[in-house]
Structures are given as C-alpha cells and as structure tokens.
Design a protein around this ligand. Sequence first.
Ligand code: NAI
Ligand code: MG
Length: 337
Amino acid sequence: MSKTIAVIPGDGIGPEIMNATLRVLDALDCGLEYDTVEAGMVALDKQGDLLPQATLDAIAKHGVALKGPLTTPIGGGFTSINVTLRRHFDLYANVRPAISFKGSKARYENIDIITVRENTEGAYLKEGQTLSDDGETAMSQVKVTRKGSERIVRYAFEMAKAKGRKKVTAVHKANIIKTASGLFLDVARKIAAEYPEIEFNEMIVDNTCMQLVMNPYQFDVLVTTNLFGDIVSDLAAGLVGGLGLAPGANIGASVAVFEAVHGSAPDIAGKGLANPCALLLAAADLLDHIGQVAKGDRLRAAIRETIEQDREHVTPDLGGKGSTSSFADALVKRVAA
Ligand code: NAI
Ligand code: MG
C-alpha cells in the first residue's frame, strides 16, 4: 500500500539529512511516495515566500509531512515558519521522545521518555503581551482552556495506550499558578480516571526538572502545558546527549508534521558532518503515525545498532569519524539485510 507524504528538505543541513533519511526509508521498503515542496530561505529565494501556499496545500492534502529544519530570517518582521505551521494546522500536540544510545554522550543509559507538550495555548500567546508606556512594566497572559487541556491529556493517554506505555505524569505548577495550571491539573486527573490501566501521577514542574536529572528512570510519558513542556523536553534531550538525536512531532486533528528538533546548523552545512539521526527518528515516528509500526520499530532498532556498533560511521557530534552519507550507507545496509 503506498502513501504519499509531503517532504520539505529545508535549509542549511536540511537537504543533506533529508536525502540520507529518504534513502533509508526507501531501503526499508515502506511504500512511501514523496511530494517534495519548499519552505524557508530556499522558498523565499526561489518563490518570494517563506511558506508558499503550494506547500501548505501539499501538507493539507497528504496530512503528513516530514520537515527539515528551516531558517527564519532575523529582522524584516518574519514570523517563525514553525509557529505559522502550528497555528495554521492547529497542531496542538508536540511530541518529543528522548531516547539514549550507548556511546552517544548520553548522561544515562536506557532512557526512554516521551514529553507531550501542549502546543497552542499556555504562555505562548501572541495577544495579551503588553509593555507599559514607560517601559517599566511588562504583562504576559497565560491562557489554559478545558478543551485545550482535555485534548492534550487525552492525546498523551491514547499514545501511551497505543505504545504500551505504563505511566503518565502530569507536570504542573498548580500550587502557585492556581487558575491556569490548576485547570490543567484538574482536567488531567479527570481524564486519567478514564485510563485505569495506565498509572498516573502528578508532579510540580521545578521538582520534575530535578527528578529528571537525579532519577530519570521513574518517568515514562510526561504531559504538560506549553512553556513547561518546552523546558522539560529540552532538559530530557540534554539527558540523552543533545539535539542531534532529538526528534519531534507536531500533531493536529488532520495534519501531523514530523521533524528534527535541531535547527539548520549553518556552521556545518554542506560539509557532510550533519548527524541525520534526529530526522531519521522523526521518520520512524511518522511510520508509527501512519500505522506502519513494525517498520518504525525496525528503523529505530537499526538506528540503535548503527550508533552502538558501527562506531566508525557515526558523525563527529557523536564522537565518530563518519559523515552524513557514510552513516546513511551503514543504516541502509542494516535495514535492507
Ligand atoms: P541549530 O540547532 O541549528 O545548531 C546548534 C548547534 O548544534 C550548532 O553548533 C550545530 O552545528 C549543531 N547541530 C545542530 N543540528 C546538528 C546535527 N544534526 N548534527 C550535528 N550538529 C548539529 O541551532 P541555531 O544555530 O540556534 O539555529 C540555526 C538556524 O536554525 C536558525 O535560523 C534558526 O531559526 C533555525 N532553527 C530552526 C528550527 C526548525 O526548523 N525546527 C529549530 C531551531 C532552529
Ligand atoms: Mg524549545
């Protein structure tokens, strides 16, 4: 069965890591077809638009996109393309797995934590941010809705169920931010009661950060509001050795965009040094999302074996002497074997 996805190679190292990723997907033989479209600087240069309508149309049509990192020009009043995509398609769930690999500068072995972050409300509103005329007082509103909280917590539990996860932790600050965080926690408790087979606990965000560093093995799935999720998911990425291995998904009711968490890395673009693992792991999550869970598992296992056993092929950020393409070659061999 073939399925077409929108592919956005992106800027900087984007085309290199996308090329590596698509080669591996082809070797996996998962019947994917690619509708390649542009966004970012490459789109601005060629089409005069950072996010052309044809790109939005392709994402809407296929419902699933694999996206390389995009450079948002500084100055000129450009809104981040990633933020625009999130708003346009109401991609309310930001799902960020943190998985450790041996020999990858991970602080711990055997970490496997997924952060599910609410992506559309919380403290990240455009509106409600004011600065007094004298510049002395800034105000910033936080918006948490029952509907927004319900859908993100439900997403976390449904994902936990589908992936055979055992525990969901709601991360909050309801002791101090009584209304906004309190509403989120209230909703989380109610929804948790609908999933008696999955253990539920709640933890205050500052303690969560400390616990993640001291004893990360107590965590399985974390669900939280926008700002806390931004911070906690980066902390979790740090536990497993940084952004070169961190995939992310932005998921809405009808569209899902899979990407690497890192940016376009202009400092190493074109040199063959970029680690494609984050985008490859995002591709594995994409396969899960479209129901090809066995292929997703196979890809994840092959990435693990290649990082842990083919040390000569891993990229320099993981301590190897390999390149983007030598890593992809090694992975292609493994998945095709
Ligand atoms: P960055 O993530 O591009 O780079 C930070 C550091 O990590 C650099 O030293 C880079 O070489 C290294 N790095 C990143 N990815 C790597 C990989 N796959 N393999 C090996 N090393 C890697 O962050 P930075 O420099 O802050 O941003 C650069 C550009 O990327 C900016 O224009 C920013 O707007 C954009 N960006 C885009 C994102 C997206 O599209 N999702 C996310 C973050 C930044
Ligand atoms: Mg962040």
